[in-house]
Design a protein around this ligand. Structure first.
Ligand code: ATP
Ligand code: MG
Length: 321
């Protein structure tokens, strides 16, 4: 059985939606914005509490897919932290190595969801961005076969320790870095020699390597890692291991209710299959199905697929590299 640990953020998410929360095209930037008049009181029709944070979302994919899953990350000593951990317990994710912050609270996100399923997130990162190298020096990683590393709040000293541990023990790493890691691309590149699978969306990939198409970006990422995966929302995914290149479209044209967690579901879905020895094609199809299911539900975990879900065909092409 594959033993995998997801590292990164744990969060309490609150989703608000309703007519008061809508987007408009901003003429000066030509981008969609959600904006509120100062002093306004806007009615919200739906409130939903759910847990999130990339590492907990990934751990739930792994567990529901029959892997032995753990979570390591930081929470506060508060109700939100308790809520996240009890949800992980219910999902059979091992949380025994959770790090508690004595001062900072658990990450807390307020997610303003529009009718199209797009969203703006107000995020208090709290404990989730206070990783120190020392606390990771003390953790025993040896029992894991894989690490799935997601947003780490730019804590490169802690990441160095984790990646060193993994290298020494022959543990494979899948990496889906967060914005704070991507803000320092040179430090990021320094970590990539120990990474087996790198998962980025197209905009993120363009911060690391040159390229305009997903294919070109994936191709260039192979200078750093054996397996590169570049996703581009509803436009699909390119994945390559240098032997074969997979180009996939949309798994299903679904009504998007809330796109929160799409990237986590795709990345962890891909890794849940690849780590079990499936081909990168099978991994792309499962990641796509998992993320497509997640965007049809509020919350980042609700739609995560259970083991045994029958998948249908999707547009996917495979070529020799
Ligand atoms: N509108 C959509 N309809 C169907 N599937 C979608 C849609 N948006 C995203 N997905 C699925 O989710 C996957 C990941 O989405 P995306 O490339 O936007 O990741 P991301 O930018 O990392 O997301 P996140 O903001 O959650 O980190 C896509 O490859 C696709 O399979
Ligand atoms: Mg992402």
């Amino acid at each position: 059985m594959v033993i995998i640990c997801a590292l990164g953020a744990a969060s309490q998410d609150v989703f608000l939606s309703g007519k008061g929360i809508s987007s408009q095209l901003d003429a000066s930037s030509n981008e969609y914005v959600e904006e509120f008049k100062l002093g306004a009181k806007l009615n919200v029709e739906h409130v939903l509490f759910a847990t999130g944070g990339g590492a907990t979302n990934a751990a739930v994919t792994f567990s529901r897919q029959g892997l032995e899953a753990s979570f390591i990350g930081r929470v506060g000593k508060d109700i939100a932290g308790h809520g996240v951990l009890s949800e992980l317990d219910k999902e059979h994710v091992d949380t025994s190595k959770t790090i508690y912050d004595e001062v900072l609270g658990t990450q807390y996100s307020t997610i303003l969801v529009t009718e199209s399923g797009e969203r703006t997130i107000l995020v208090y990162r709290g404990a989730a961005q206070a990783h120190t190298a020392k606390e990771y020096e003390e953790i025993d990683f040896k029992s894991y076969g894989w690490l799935y590393v997601s947003s780490f709040g730019g804590a490169y000293e802690a990441l160095d320790i984790i990646f060193d541990h993994a290298k020494k023990s022959g543990i494979k790493i899948a990496f889906n870095p967060g914005q704070a890691e991507l803000d320092q691309p040179e430090l990021l590149k320094g970590l990539l020699e120990d990474v087996e699978v790198l998962l980025l969306n197209k905009d993120e990939a363009a911060l690391v390597v040159e390229g305009s198409s997903s294919e070109e970006l994936a191709h260039h990422l192979l200078h750093y890692v054996p397996v590169a995966v570049v996703s581009d929302g509803p436009n699909g995914v390119v994945a390559t291991d240098g032997k074969t290149i997979i180009e996939a479209g949309m798994y299903e044209d679904v009504p998007v209710i809330d796109r929160t967690g799409a990237g986590d579901a795709f990345g962890s879905g891909f890794v849940s299959q690849y780590a079990q020895g499936k081909s990168i094609k099978e991994a792309v199809v499962f990641g796509s199905a998992n993320s497509t299911s997640v965007v049809t539900k509020f919350g980042a975990k609700e739609g995560i697929l259970h083991q045994g879900t029958v998948l249908h065909d999707m547009p996917v092409k495979e070529r020799e590299f």
